[in-house]
Design a protein around this ligand. Structure first.
Ligand code: GLU
Length: 260
């Protein structure tokens, strides 16, 4: 067993591939289960901040497209529409568990500008004190290259700084980090514990799924930020959302990046 006994504040991140079906529609039963798990953690007294992708994915479903368009302007429109669709669904689920959520749409500026970052910290402190869960995504509808974080793995690691989280949990569509690419090598092994990021930097391919942005590379970059800040990080398989509570209990699933 892993010992997460001191953990009080958790950031949980889901990617588009975990919450949307291959046709772009939201995977409602999966999302329901994820929110049930998060609500259960909150009922146990954990403070949780939720980082979610899927705005563009939900927009694809809404516009009945079959894949992500290449033009940035169209992606922005999809994000603007899809973000509402996504939040409408999350809100109804949190409400069913008697929880209130708040939406925060951020860009890199919110983390690098000291005043904006301090405002963000104060805001989240109040929200959490009131038992409101902050739900974060990048502001994809208006963001431009110069100010974009770009992927939500990194955004989740940066978001840990807002609440000084103890643990970051990234839900993936595979079991964790492997010693070689599981799509190419059937003898690959799941890495259970990473003591030093430099040991695993070579394991990550950059590939992501059709809908997602990040592959393992962005997850390792996120782990680097999180562990250097003294936080634990886990990559677990989000196909079975009950992995969230199992992981927090300390069961040895997924890949655990030890805090430095
Ligand atoms: N912010 C993007 C979205 O909501 C996703 C970025 C990512 O997948 O990392 O679709």
């Amino acid at each position: 067993m892993r010992d997460f006994g001191d953990v009080k504040k958790i950031v949980i991140k889901v990617g588009s591939s975990s919450i949307t079906l291959p046709n772009g529609k939201i995977n409602k039963s999966k999302v329901k289960h994820i929110i049930k798990e998060i609500a259960a953690l909150m009922d146990k007294g954990y403070k949780v901040l939720f980082v979610t992708s899927g705005a563009v994915g939900a927009g694809i479903g809404k516009f009945n497209l079959d894949k992500k368009p290449k033009e940035l302007s169209m992606r922005r429109a999809l994000a603007a529409v899809g973000q509402v669709e996504l939040m409408r669904f999350y809100e109804s689920l949190f409400y069913a568990h008697d929880k209130t959520m708040a939406q925060l749409l951020l860009t890199k500026i919110d983390f690098v500008d000291e005043e904006r970052f301090n405002n963000l910290k104060d805001l989240c402190e109040i929200l959490m004190r009131e038992n409101v869960i902050p739900v974060i995504n990048e502001n994809d509808a208006v963001v431009i290259n110069e100010i974009k974080v770009g992927d939500n793995d990194t955004l989740s690691a940066l978001s840990c700084k807002i609440i000084d989280a103890d643990l970051l949990i990234i839900l993936s569509d595979i079991d964790g980090l492997y010693d070689s690419n599981p799509k190419q090598n059937s003898n690959c092994k799941l890495i259970s514990t990473v003591n030093s990021i430099s040991d695993v930097e070579a394991c990550a391919g950059a590939a992501g799924s059709e809908l997602g942005t990040g592959g393992m590379l962005t997850k390792i970059q996120a782990a680097k930020i999180a562990t250097e800040d003294g936080r634990h990080m886990l990559i677990i398989n989000g196909d079975d959302p009950s992995n969230i509570s199992k992981a927090v209990e300390g069961q040895e699933i997924g890949t655990w990046f030890r805090s430095n």
